[in-house]
Design a protein around this ligand. Structure first.
Ligand code: UDP
Ligand code: MG
Length: 313
């Protein structure tokens, strides 16, 4: 029997975990899969952990890990991967926006199509405003251009993949994790599965607009060094302008004699170049800071408690 392990990141989902477990149970109990769930409590401040303990008393199909603080969904996915031993591994949100019925359909696709290694759900129709859809669309195409990886489109973290893909991802222990990029980077044959997210069962989304922008920038910096080249390009453009300006100036001096005007021009050029230099230094700083943090080699998460066995063979 094929074993399917689903990773469920939870952050303050006290009203959802039990509902999620029940729905997942009713869908997968009738399926041919030997299923289990790895819940990651990402430092919730509500009763998520006691809810998980309550569920664990009724079944041995769940493992749950609680973090010492909130480390973010990417860290939760990483912890889940390190504790998922199924032939198929999936990632699904705890808020029932991503339905277990779709998750089962995704597992079945892999069962029936040996040529695919991963099924990635993408939103056929985004629930957000047209503006947000446009912004996200442009981010993905810019990301694809800068990183040279095309595979992400609109794919979410809602995925099911084979053990081989899970092993490949486990071989990337980087601190700055951006799942969409990581999945694209490891490659493999991915089947795009269209789905429409449901409304959140309870609670609210943890993503603010600022949070999303930060996450997008993080992803960009983690997968592309193209921003570093901005400095080179700007430098070349500035040098070319300077040469042209110098030739013009020389001509003017030869024809009209020496003149010393241009305080405003001088100020303008100085400020412009100064600004450009600071921006380039800032970009470089971002990369240096990341290699500094990576250099410290800190763990991606700290485990505080665990329910169930270590699910690794
Ligand atoms: N999540 C998490 N850690 C966080 C933020 C979110 O584990 O720091 C989990 C959250 O509990 C949920 C999933 O990640 O299961 C997706 O989060 P959310 O529903 O807030 O995001 P959205 O669906 O709005 O994109
Ligand atoms: Mg959600």
């Amino acid at each position: 029997m094929t074993r399917a392990t689903f990773i469920v990141p939870c952050f303050n989902e006290q009203d959802n975990v039990y509902r999620f477990y029940n729905t997942f149970f009713s869908v997968f109990e009738r399926s041919p899969f030997d299923w289990n769930l790895v819940f990651i409590d990402d430092g919730s401040s509500d009763d998520t952990w006691s809810e998980l303990q309550r569920i664990a008393q009724t079944t041995d199909r769940i493992t749950a890990i609680s973090f010492s603080r909130n480390f973010g969904k990417e860290a939760a996915i990483w912890a889940g991967l390190n504790n998922a031993s199924g032939d198929l591994v999936g990632i699904i949100d705890a808020d029932l926006q991503q339905s277990p019925t779709d998750a089962l359909a995704m597992c079945e696709i892999l069962e029936k199509n040996p040529q695919y290694d991963c099924v990635a759900a993408f939103q056929e129709r985004r629930r957000e405003s047209g503006f947000m859809t446009k912004v996200k669309g442009s981010f993905y195409s810019l990301f694809a251009k800068l990183s040279g990886m095309n595979a992400i489109q609109d794919a979410s973290d809602f995925r099911v993949f084979r053990k081989s893909v899970a092993d490949a991802i486990r071989s990337l222990p980087e601190s700055f994790r951006f799942s969409k990029g990581i999945f694209a980077w490891v490659g493999f044959n991915t089947y795009p599965y269209p789905y429409t997210p449901d409304n959140r069962a309870a609670g609210e989304s943890k993503w603010s607009t600022v949070g999303l922008v930060k996450y997008a920038l993080e992803g960009m910096l983690a997968f592309s060094v193209a921003p570093l080249r901005i400095a080179t390009t700007l430098g070349l453009v500035a040098a070319a302008c300077a040469i042209i300006y110098f030739v013009v100036l020389l001509g003017q001096t030869l024809i009209q004699g020496v003149d010393v005007p241009g305080y405003a021009t001088l100020m303008g050029v100085m400020l412009l170049l100064g600004g450009a230099q600071l921006i380039c230094m800032g970009i470089m700083g971002e990369y240096i800071a990341r290699s500094y943090v990576q250099g410290k080699n800190r763990p991606i998460y700290i485990e505080k408690a665990r329910i169930g066995s270590l699910d690794q063979e």
